[in-house]
Design a protein. Structure first.
Length: 234
């Protein structure tokens, strides 16, 4: 167990003893999928804030007056940023949204990783790779949804995202590969970048393998976050 992981568990235990729910500012460690690893959860507000402070980053949403929400058309929401996803301060354990592809890519590189390719993301999201799967998943089976044969347990058709690792644990022990927030992917097509997984605003169909969507890489909205991948160490 790493020192950082021990600190997280110690803090969680202290919170339980005090009668409070533990904070998940630092999510579970990345999961190995063949020759790469991928974050078990979406990158959180707490993680992104640490990065922004360390690099003196002021995001595009902060500089330009706030991120976007779709209300019959894209509407800029004053003051909506990764720290205030819907205008109010978010919890450290919520996914970081209102970030561009470049900002997500910079975060991943800062922590020694990168954005996952769509091939990696799909492999992790839908095909169980673990030798001893949990939660009833079957090794080698490819599922239609990141949570199995049915979309039950995903955060979709809701009013907001939820804190990471609070929905149903999915294929390969990963959380929110389907719904909660769209995730930026490494794949580019000119000025556009791919996003995958759907979000809380959509139904379950966008969480399927063919639900990935291209978006302008400089775009930022309440629905889009990310997670990182890493080259596996032998």
């Amino acid at each position: 167990m790493t020192l950082s992981r021990l600190k997280i568990l110690t803090a969680a235990l202290a919170a339980i003893i005090a009668g409070a729910a533990p904070s998940l500012a630092q999510p579970p460690e990345p999961v190995r999928i063949g020759d790469f690893r991928i974050d078990a959860t979406e990158v959180t507000i707490g993680q992104f804030r640490d990065f922004a402070r360390a690099t003196s980053l002021r995001t595009a949403a902060e500089r330009e007056g706030g991120g976007f929400e779709y209300t019959g058309g894209w509407t800029r929401r004053q003051g909506w940023t990764y720290e205030r996803p819907q205008g109010q301060p978010g919890q450290d354990s919520e996914p970081a949204v209102h970030v561009t592809w470049a900002e997500a890519d910079a975060f991943c590189r800062h922590v020694g990783g990168r954005l996952p390719t769509i091939a990696e993301w799909r492999k992790a999201a839908y095909t169980e790779q673990r030798e001893q799967p949990t939660d009833g998943y079957v090794r080698g089976k490819t599922y239609p949804y990141p949570v199995g044969d049915a979309p039950d347990g995903m955060n979709n058709n809701r009013r907001a995202h939820v804190a990471v690792a609070t929905t149903r644990r999915g294929v390969n022990g990963l959380y929110d590969m389907g719904a909660n927030v769209w995730e930026w992917i490494a794949d580019r097509r000119g000025d556009d970048a791919l996003t995958a997984g759907g979000s809380w605003w959509y139904g379950p169909e966008q969480a399927r393998t063919d639900g990935a969507q291209w978006k302008p890489s400089g775009f930022y909205a309440v629905y889009i976050g990310f997670r990182c991948a890493y080259d596996a160490k032998s």
